[in-house]
Design a protein around this ligand. Structure first.
Ligand code: NDP
Ligand code: 8X3
Length: 255
C-alpha cells in the first residue's frame, strides 16, 4: 500500500514503548515509516504488521555507532529518502542507586545512547530535513532533565542535554522549515523500567502500581499532535506528567 501524500517518518527505538506506539499511530494515518532499533525480530514483526497500513522500511541500527548511522542515512531506499519527521526516541536509563554506587559502564552507556546516539542520528539527517519544505524533529527528553531527583545523576543530565540541544537547534533553524521539539514526559509505563532495573519485574510492578501512569499510546498521540501542527507553529518544549505525579517539597537534611 502507498501513502504518497504523507511525509516520511523516521523513528529510533521503534521496538518498544513510545517508539512502537508512535509507529502504530503514524501507520494508522498512512505515513510512510522508517523503523529502527537493535532487536531485529521485533522490527520484522512490527514492519510486517504495519505494512498492511502503509509503506514501511526497517533497519537494525544501534544509534551509538556513528559509522552505521551515517551509512544508514546515506543508503535509505528511494521511497524513504525524504525524511521529514524525525522522532529521536531511542534511549535508556540504567540504575537508580546514588551516584557513588553507580557503575561507570552504565554512565557511559547512557551518555553513548541518549546523547551521542541522538546527536549521531540528528547530524546524519539534518541535510535531508533541511531540504524539505517543512520538517519536524521531536526529541525525547524527560522530566528528569528538568528536575533533579536522587539516583537520576547521568540519566537526568543526559536528558538535560537533549532539551538544551533541542533549543539550540531551534535557534539555528528559526525561520527555516525545520521545527524542533523537546518532549519531556514523566512517569510512563514501558519496558524503560525493566531496562533500568535489569529486568526486575517486582520493582517494575511496584513503580507503576496505583499510579495510572502515562501509557506509550498517550505519548504517541502527543507526538502525532506536535507533528500535525501547522508549519508556522513550533512546540518548543512540552512537559507532561500523569495527574498522579507532581513536585514535592525540597529535602532538608538536619545535622
Ligand atoms: P523502552 O525501553 O520501552 O524503549 C526504548 C527504545 O530505545 C527501544 O525500542 C530500544 O530498542 C531503543 N534503544 C535503546 N538503546 C538503543 C540503541 N543503542 N540503539 C538503538 N535503539 C536503542 O522505553 P520508552 O519507550 O519508555 O523510552 C523511549 C524514550 O523516552 C527514551 O529516550 C526514554 O529515555 C524516554 N523517556 C521515557 C520515560 C518513561 O518513563 N518511560 C519518561 C521520559 C522519557 P532496542 O533495544 O531494540 O534497541
Ligand atoms: C523517565 C522519567 O522520572 O523515571 O525519563 O526519570 S523518570
Amino acid at each position: 500500500m502507498t501513502a504518497h501524500q504523507h511525509p516520511v517518518v523516521l523513528i529510533t527505538g521503534a521496538t518498544s514503548g513510545f517508539g512502537l506506539a508512535t509507529a502504530k499511530k503514524f501507520a494508522e494515518q498512512g505515513y510512510p515509516l522508517i523503523l529502527t532499533g537493535r532487536r531485529e525480530e521485533r522490527l520484522q514483526a512490527l514492519s510486517s504488521e504495519l505494512s498492511a497500513l502503509t509503506d514501511v522500511h526497517y533497519s537494525v541500527l544501534d544509534v551509538r555507532d556513528s559509522e552505521a548511522v551515517t551509512a544508514f542515512a546515506n543508503n535509505l531506499p528511494e521511497r524513504f529518502k525524504q525524511v521529514a519527521i524525525l522522532v529521536n526516541n531511542a534511549g535508556l536509563a540504567l540504575g537508580a542507586e546514588s551516584a557513588d554506587k553507580a557503575k561507570l559502564s552504565d554512565w557511559h552507556t547512557m551518555i553513548d545512547t541518549n546523547v551521542t546516539g541522538l546527536v549521531n542520528v540528528t547530524h546524519s539527517l539534518l541535510p535531508v530535513l533541511k531540504a524539505q519544505q517543512s520538517s519536524t524533529i521531536i526529541n525525547l527528553a524527560s522530566i528528569a532533565g528538568n528536575w533533579p531527583y536522587p539516583g537520576s545523576h547521568v540519566y537526568g543530565a543526559s536528558k538535560a542535554f537533549v532539551a538544551q540541544f533541542s533549543r539550540n537547534l531551534r535557534s539555528d533553524f528559526a525561520g527555516t522549515g525545520v521545527r524542533v521539539t523537546s518532549l519531556e514526559p514523566g512517569l510512563s509505563e514501558s519496558e524503560f523500567s525493566l531496562v533500568r532495573f535489569n529486568g526486575d519485574q517486582d520493582k517494575y510492578d511496584s513503580i507503576y502500581e496505583g499510579t495510572n501512569a502515562i501509557q506509550p499510546e498517550d505519548i504517541a498521540n502527543i507526538i502525532f499532535w506536535i507533528a500535525e501542527q501547522p508549519a508556522h507553529i513550533n512546540i518548543n518544549s512540552l512537559e507532561v506528567m500523569p495527574t498522579s505525579q507532581a513536585w514535592d517539597s525540597f529535602k532538608i537534611v538536619k545535622q
